[in-house]
Design a protein around this ligand. Sequence first.
Ligand SMILES: O=C(O)c1ccccc1NCC(=O)[C@H](O)[C@H](O)COP(=O)(O)O
Length: 261
Amino acid sequence: MNILDKIVADKRKEVDLKKSLITPSQLEQSVLMERTSTSLATALRNSTTGIIAEHKRRSPSKSVINQGLNVQDVAMGYETAGVCGMSVLTDGKYFGGSLDDLILARAAVNMPLLRKEFIIDEYQILEAKAYGADVILLIAAILDREEIKTFSEMAKSLGLDVLLEVHNEEELQKSIMPSLDMLGVNNRNLKTFEVSLETSKTLSEQIPDDFVKVSESGISSVEAIKDLQTYGYQGFLIGENFMKTDDPGESAKEFINELNR
Ligand SMILES: O=C(O)c1ccccc1NCC(=O)[C@H](O)[C@H](O)COP(=O)(O)O
């Protein structure tokens, strides 16, 4: 069983348990259901740098990255640095995140927040909205076309942006539909954990211009971003490169300053 299959098997059990504890109608009571979301896709279209900075304590590929930081400090640091949005990992077992991280980040900043999660059920989309997200991630490798359609249309009905993540051409071709805002290419091979920015470059031509192109994972230099921009990418999801430092906000700020030079 590869890591994605393991994560999804655990996620199904987790979602079933959560549904028995908090019903969808209880989630709908959240005051954040009334909040008007901020579009990450619009922020990326209007930006020259396009950084989406991630809060990531640990990961299956790297084990511990940084467990000692306060999520609100990280969020405020990223916002001050001028990132376009923040990705908040909410998976607990594999990434050390939680929905508490999302709601705490929401309380601290106004920028768009992406709920970075392995979404396999509509319940998690309701959770995303109820805990203050502006954007959800859908991963083509774990969903069929019908699920992508149902989930993305539900997200749009809640006012959320949708970032659809692909790893290869087959996933891309099965996923293209109007209810998506951004198409993300993940440079990390989830079977080998190998990272290659060539994945983003190879797939770039096949992504229709109506979608904001986002390159995800393994980005650690300004040169890499400048190169990816020539392939039409407007968004760059960066986790470890910032989170491995003592002050991710400061690292993001220096990175963005260098990108603007
Ligand atoms: O990061 C992992 O090891 C990982 C393993 C299995 C599934 C997903 C994984 N990462 C999620 C992400 O998409 C990244 O956290 C994100 O793109 C940032 O990547 P990086 O800049 O390389 O930390």
